[in-house]
Design a protein around this ligand. Structure first.
Ligand code: PBG
Length: 327
């Protein structure tokens, strides 16, 4: 009988030993909570395909933001759902529009104790649901869209957002937004760039969350699921254009991309655990097929282990609560 002289199991013998030798740890400060606010609501509206997530009223959004501060979260990412939409997404530019107003309300609630982020994209504001404006052929017009993003970004900075998240995958959007912000004196408003954003089936529940009007898909601007090298090109461009943080999205089916980007990016890397990832785990857990808390924790740990410094996740508050209780 020969015995192994290497025994990796020694470091797994007790919870204390495993805690000591853990290579990846989770902390509330690296979690960012995406939140939806819908214009004209008097009661929060549950999102059926995302059990536990709601479209907020102003009051419940402010409460969620205050709770995020209590929990020590890193940030909150705001998405607005306007009452009226048009082809150009005009409501996105209105200082009194749902998203700009929400930014002001949340800033008034949290001050600088939480990084207040907002989505710079037109899909919630257009009546056709695309992330930009359309040309005569129905193709998303890159350059005209980018001009609107730049004005939208200035409106959001003026409303008080600390960090903007351009998520529309238009070419040159980071440079245009950076230059518009600087020109308007918002030199310290930072950009979390959705650099590598894939056309994903896992966005499904988000379409319900924002009451999306989209018919068809976003494949002329978002990336193909099979492309890996292209992500590095997108990241390099966004870095050159002035991105302060680089984002990969979705997360769980794209962990190789997260790892590639983390290996080359000189700025922090973020990953977005999206609506469909949330819905899958919630649905399996509701059926008793997986242990909900263990699966949620493992999924976020995996994204961090792949190299993301921060994670946008709809479980941010709940997970932070668990982390607090286990310390
Ligand atoms: C577009 C946007 C989307 C999401 C965030 N920003 C949807 C899309 O690209 O179709 C998806 C987030 C999620 O699924 O949780 N502005």
């Amino acid at each position: 009988m020969t015995f192994p002289n290497q025994r990796p199991r020694r470091l797994r013998t007790t919870p204390a030993m495993r805690r000591l030798t853990a290579e990846t740890r989770l902390a509330p400060s690296e979690l960012i909570l995406p939140a939806f606010i819908r214009e004209g609501l008097t009661e929060p509206n549950p999102i059926t395909s995302m059990p536990g997530v709601v479209q907020h009223t102003t009051d419940t959004l402010k409460r969620a933001a205050a709770e995020a501060v209590e929990l020590g979260l890193g940030g909150i990412m705001l998405f607005g759902i306007p009452e009226t939409r048009d082809a150009e997404g005009t409501a996105a530019l209105d200082p009194e529009g749902v998203l700009n107003k929400a930014i002001r309300d949340v800033r008034a609630e949290v001050g600088d104790d939480l990084v207040v982020m907002s989505d710079v994209c037109l899909d919630e504001f257009t009546d056709h649901g695309h992330c930009g404006v359309l040309d005569a052929e129905g193709y998303v017009d890159n350059d005209r869209t980018v001009e609107i993003y730049a004005r939208m970004a200035v409106a959001q900075a003026e409303a008080g957002a600390h960090m903007l998240g351009p998520s529309g995958m238009m070419d040159g959007q980071i440079a245009a937004i950076r230059s518009a912000l600087d020109g308007a004196g918002h030199v310290n408003t930072s950009l979390i760039a959705y650099a590598a954003k894939y056309a994903s089936a896992f966005y499904g529940p988000f379409r319900e969350a924002v009451d999306s009007q989209l018919k068809g898909d976003r494949r002329t601007y978002q990336m193909d699921a099979g492309n890996r090298t292209e992500a590095l090109r997108e990241v390099e461009l966004d870095l050159a254009e002035g991105a302060d943080i680089i984002m990969v999205k979705p997360a769980m089916s794209y962990l190789d991309i997260v790892a590639d980007v983390a290996a080359m990016s000189p700025v922090p890397v973020s990953a977005y655990q999206i609506s469909g990832e949330y819905a899958m785990i919630e649905a399996a857990a509701a059926n008793g097929w997986i242990d909900r808390r263990a699966a949620i924790t493992e999924s976020v740990l995996g994204i961090r282990r792949a190299g993301a410094h921060t994670v946008l996740t709809y479980w941010a508050a709940e997970l932070a609560g668990w982390l607090k209780e286990s310390h």
